[in-house]
Design a protein around this ligand. Structure first.
Ligand SMILES: Nc1ncnc2c1ncn2[C@@H]1O[C@H](COP(=O)(O)OP(=O)(O)OP(=O)(O)O)[C@@H](O)[C@H]1O
Ligand SMILES: [Mg+2]
Length: 252
C-alpha cells in the first residue's frame, strides 16, 4: 500500500488524507496522509509531543478533526461519533490503561464484546477465545485491580480485539514493560494482523520492538510527516535522525 494519498479511497484499507488538528495556535497534526491495509503492521513513531496520540484520538472520534478526511474501506468516518467509528471497524488501546478495575479479566473483555451488540453468552465465548489466543487465559478470573502492569496492557489489547476490528490502534503497548515482557508482547502482536485479517497501527518508543514488528513506519515531528518507508529505509532518513538526535532510540 502506497503512502501517497489517493484520490479514490481504497476499499480494503484505512485511508487518512490531509488530516489536521489544531489546538488554538498549536498544529498538533498538520496535513498527515497515509494508508493502512488489512494484514499490515504500521508503526507510527516520532518524538514526544509529535502528534501520535492526537492522530489516534482524531481518527477514533475522541477529538474532532480541524480538516482532512478518514475513510474505512472507502466509507468516510471523519468526525463521526466514537461508537459509530467502533461499528465501522476501528478499535484502540489507550496510552494510559483504562480497565474496569472491579471486574475480572474475563468480564473486562466480555463487556467490550457486549458493547458491540453480542449476547452475554456469545460475548463470554468470544472473550474466552481471545484470552486464549493472546495467552492470558490463566488470569481470566483475576480482578483487574490486582493484575501486574504487563498483564493490564494485554487485557487492553484483548478488549480491543473483542470488538472484532478491521483496524486496531495501539498507543504505547510496550510502555513500562521490561525486556522479557516486551519480547512476549512482540510474539503476541506479530501474529494478530494475519490471523485476524486486520490492519494494526502501533505507536511506541520501544524502537527494538517497532523495528522488528512493523512492515512500514510513518514518522511525525511537530505534527508533520518527516519520513515513511520500511524500517530499513526510515532509519537512513536525515530528518528522522535529526528529530531523534540526542534521544535514546537504539533501533533508529
Ligand atoms: N487536548 C489537548 N489540548 C491542547 N493541546 C494538546 C491536547 N492534546 C495534545 N496536545 C498537544 O498536542 C501536541 C501533540 O501531543 P500528542 O499527545 O499527540 O503527542 P504524542 O506524539 O502522543 O507524544 P508522546 O510520545 O509523549 O505520547 C503536544 O504539543 C500536546 O501538548
Ligand atoms: Mg502519546
Amino acid at each position: 500500500m502506497s503512502d501517497i494519498p489517493s484520490a479514490e479511497p481504497n476499499h480494503n484499507a484505512l485511508n487518512i488524507q490531509g488530516l489536521c488538528k489544531y489546538f488554538f495556535g498549536l498544529r498538533a497534526l498538520d496535513g498527515v496522509s497515509f494508508s493502512l491495509s488489512r494484514g499490515e503492521i504500521l508503526g507510527l513513531i516520532g518524538p514526544n509531543g509529535s502528534g501520535k496520540t492526537t492522530l489516534i484520538n482524531v481518527v477514533t472520534g475522541l477529538l474532532p478533526a480541524t480538516s482532512g478526511q478518514v475513510f474505512v474501506d472507502g466509507t468516510e468516518i471523519t468526525n463521526k461519533k466514537p461508537y459509530q467509528i467502533a461499528y465501522a471497524g476501528l478499535a484502540r488501546t489507550f496510552q494510559t490503561i483504562r480497565l474496569f478495575r472491579e471486574l475480572t479479566v474475563l468480564e473486562n473483555v466480555e463487556v467490550a464484546a457486549v458493547s458491540m451488540g453480542l449476547s452475554r453468552k456469545a460475548a463470554r465465548q468470544r472473550a474466552i477465545e481471545i484470552l486464549e489466543e493472546i495467552g492470558i487465559s490463566r488470569w481470566s478470573e483475576m480482578l483487574a485491580s490486582v493484575l501486574p502492569y504487563g498483564l493490564e496492557r494485554r487485557v487492553e489489547i484483548a478488549r480491543a480485539l473483542a470488538t472484532q476490528p478491521k483496524f486496531l490502534f495501539l498507543d504505547e503497548p510496550a510502555a513500562g514493560l521490561n525486556e522479557d515482557e516486551s519480547e512476549e508482547l512482540l510474539q503476541v502482536l506479530s501474529s494478530i494482523p494475519a490471523r485476524k485479517n486486520l490492519g494494526m497501527l502501533i505507536v511506541d518508543h520501544d524502537m527494538r520492538l517497532i523495528m522488528r514488528l512493523c512492515n512500514r513506519l510513518h514518522v511525525l515531528n511537530f505534527g508533520k510527516t518527516i519520513g515513511m518507508g520500511t524500517p530499513e529505509e526510515v532509519r537512513k532518513i536525515p530528518a528522522v535522525l535529526q528529530a531523534y538526535l540526542g534521544k535514546t532510540v537504539a533501533g533508529v
